[in-house]
Design a protein around this ligand. Structure first.
Ligand code: HEM
Length: 166
């Protein structure tokens, strides 16, 4: 069964409005805050959060995913490091990240993290295997492509910070 991962399966269940309303107590989009209060969060999800006046309780399946994450490895993603190339052709733009995984068994991908009218920022995510794997860390090359009509500036967020790719 797929191991739940904070950035992929837990954080997206918390809406911006949940985050804003709960800011006085914790940041629901922050891994460390959610880990620190995971038991209390589960209690409230099972009882009265989010309140009916603000959308109401989660479906039981969502609560089960949160419970499985809390009672399991509380897995999260890592940020990778790579070299980046942006290639613009007549029809499409390719953003390519090339590097080496930290260890065998890792997966990695580029994912749109945020966008404005003039820019888009991708994040280079790495996911460790559930159990360590022996072997040489493999090289990777991952590509994100989109239509050439999208001429916005491109930034990448990775373990070194945020950089513009030109
Ligand atoms: C540590 C666990 C939590 C505690 C102790 C807690 C407690 C509270 C309290 C005291 C309020 C204000 C009073 C009220 O509206 O009932 C509140 C509001 C709210 N909480 Fe939580 N909460 C927790 C977790 C959560 C979670 C996990 C979510 C979302 C998934 C959430 C979503 C909200 C929302 C949307 C409001 C505003 C409701 C409104 O104004 O209509 N809370 N919470």
């Amino acid at each position: 069964m797929r191991t739940p991962v904070f950035e992929l399966h837990i954080r997206p269940m918390f809406r911006a409005t949940d985050r804003e309303h709960m800011r006085w107590a914790l940041d629901l989009w922050d891994y460390d805050d959610v880990v620190a209060q995971a038991d209390d969060i589960l209690d409230r999800l099972e009882q009265d959060m989010p309140p009916v006046s603000g959308g109401g309780l989660w479906p039981e399946e969502w609560i089960a995913v949160f419970r499985r994450w809390k009672d399991g490895a509380r897995k999260r993603l890592e940020l990778g490091t790579a070299s980046y190339v942006l290639t613009r052709t007549a029809t499409r733009v390719d953003l390519t990240a090339t590097g080496t995984f930290p260890a065998a068994g890792y997966e990695g991908w580029l994912q749109l993290e945020s966008e404005t009218d003039t820019s888009k920022t991708y994040v280079l995510h790495l996911e460790a295997p559930d159990t360590p794997e022996a072997g040489t860390p493999p090289a990777f090359s991952v590509v994100e492509s989109y239509r050439a009509t999208d001429t916005r500036r491109v930034f990448v967020h990775d373990s070194t910070g945020v950089q513009e790719i030109v």
